[in-house]
Write a new protein. Structure first.
Length: 224
């Protein structure tokens, strides 16, 4: 049990606040199929949470130097829009109630996501969460992506809080490492990918679902 006092909460977005990873994965796999390539689940899981540049480098390593990256980007955006229109995006269970509780308590909250600003805004809007999350730091607003701590430190600054007084909630390896490096109390809530033993030892706590994380967050704040 930590003796730190907590004053704010910073959330990753995809896989934490919203159930968007299946949508993104389907779009990536369909876009690759358009170009006669296969994005396996294993490969997709290996790039979850990485900033865009690192994801694109991984694609070039996976498929070769002649992989048509610009064309893939275009197909991905098209397929992503198709997935959004047909499947939508739902909030993760327990998230709307948690955000409402934090707002009622006057706890500052922010989003720190590798997703670009325009896509993050659209996804949160579709999930009905946008009005609850006016403070958002996105991948195109920082120089260094996760696992660098810059995005979490920037979010803490936007909240006007020292990082050590923030709880961070992440689902990915790189995201959790970024939050830990920022000095935040890091709750890991795995989504598509189970955490490694090393990551379990690194983060503050591992929880099995967002409802469990919500209860823990409120408990930590109440004890502060």
């Amino acid at each position: 049990m930590t003796l730190r006092s907590f004053q704010g909460v910073i959330f990753d977005m995809d896989g934490v606040l919203i159930d968007s990873e299946p949508v993104i994965r389907a779009a990536a796999q369909l876009a690759a199929e358009d170009l006669d390539h296969v994005v396996s689940d294993t490969f997709y899981l290996s790039v979850i949470g990485l900033p865009r540049l690192q994801v694109e480098r991984a694609f070039m390593r996976e498929f070769g130097a002649d992989f048509p990256l610009m064309t893939f980007r275009e197909h991905f955006e098209k397929r992503y829009r198709e997935q959004l229109s047909t499947r939508g995006i739902a909030p993760k269970p327990g998230v709307p109630a948690l955000l409402d509780a934090l707002i009622t308590l006057g706890i500052p909250i922010a989003v720190a996501t590798a997703t670009r600003a325009v896509n993050a805004q659209e996804a949160l809007d579709l999930a009905g969460l946008l009005p609850k999350l006016p403070i958002r730091v996105t991948g195109d607003q920082v120089q260094q992506g996760k696992p660098d701590p810059e995005i979490f430190l920037a979010a803490a600054t936007r909240l006007g809080l020292p990082a050590r007084h923030c709880i961070a909630v992440e689902d990915s390896d790189v995201g959790a490492r970024a939050a830990v490096a920022a000095g935040m109390y890091t709750l890991m809530v795995p989504d598509l990918k189970a955490p490694s033993t090393a990551l379990i030892r690194l983060v503050s706590e591992v929880l099995d679902s967002m409802p469990s994380a919500a209860a823990r967050i409120l408990g930590l704040l109440a004890a502060s």
